[in-house]
Design a protein around this ligand. Sequence first.
Ligand SMILES: Nc1ncnc2c1ncn2[C@@H]1O[C@H](COP(=O)(O)OP(=O)(O)O)[C@@H](O)[C@H]1O
Ligand SMILES: [Mg+2]
Length: 244
Amino acid sequence: MIKAQSVRKVFGSVTVLDSVDLTVAPGEVVSILGSSGSGKSTLIRCINGLERLDGGSITVDDFDVSKPKELAEARKRSGTVFQMFNLYPHMTALQNVTLAPVEVLKRPKAEAEAEGRALLASVGLGDRADAFPSQLSGGQRQRVGICRALAMKPRYLLLDEVTSALDPEMTADVLDILAKLAKEGTTMVFVTHEIEFARTISSRVVFLEKGRLVVDLPTEQFFAADGGLANPRIAQFLSKMRKD
Ligand SMILES: Nc1ncnc2c1ncn2[C@@H]1O[C@H](COP(=O)(O)OP(=O)(O)O)[C@@H](O)[C@H]1O
Ligand SMILES: [Mg+2]
């Protein structure tokens, strides 16, 4: 379980996250929606222990990300994929995928490589394992990024706008993979602007507005006229997203 309680994050004089409560149970797919600047990425970064909290707490399977001794355990449980793929340019796709399992989890190299190849094959990159990032398209790189996170066998997958830098065709390829992962029961926290996709794969949708988590509803209710849509800010946000 990922549990954020009364989370507060301040940058300078700006409160970026304010009293945020969010619980994600194993098996859930939770989409985080909200305008640009509402704090979505900061929340993901806080869950992953990349930002220090200014208040409240976040635990991942009861490991407190604010406690240095517990952070490593918390991080083992959550894998993060960011908008920018951040692959190591001097390593092949396979090397990018196997680096952490070998270095961090101390997995035998041959075993990690066999698993890495299987992962890459599962996202349609079986024949690109030995390519360098510069030889891959953006969509292929993002699929490698997803494999790199999955190689650590995280219980929770955190995805921050993983398709926003991709063209529509590549976006579709990546969303197909995420849909497959959701179907297999992967727990996901998913920041996205792909509203229709979020609606299809999420069990719950939360909406952040200016650092406050204002709505947290089962997907169907979020998109219902008397549910999330009754909030004028959400209605406005959704209609704008659909026009873009
Ligand atoms: N490292 C940082 N230093 C200062 N301000 C930041 C930093 N990271 C994010 N912010 C600010 O925090 C707010 C929320 O940002 P972010 O979490 O990236 O929003 P979102 O992902 O929803 O677009 C924005 O106003 C942004 O400018
Ligand atoms: Mg963001």
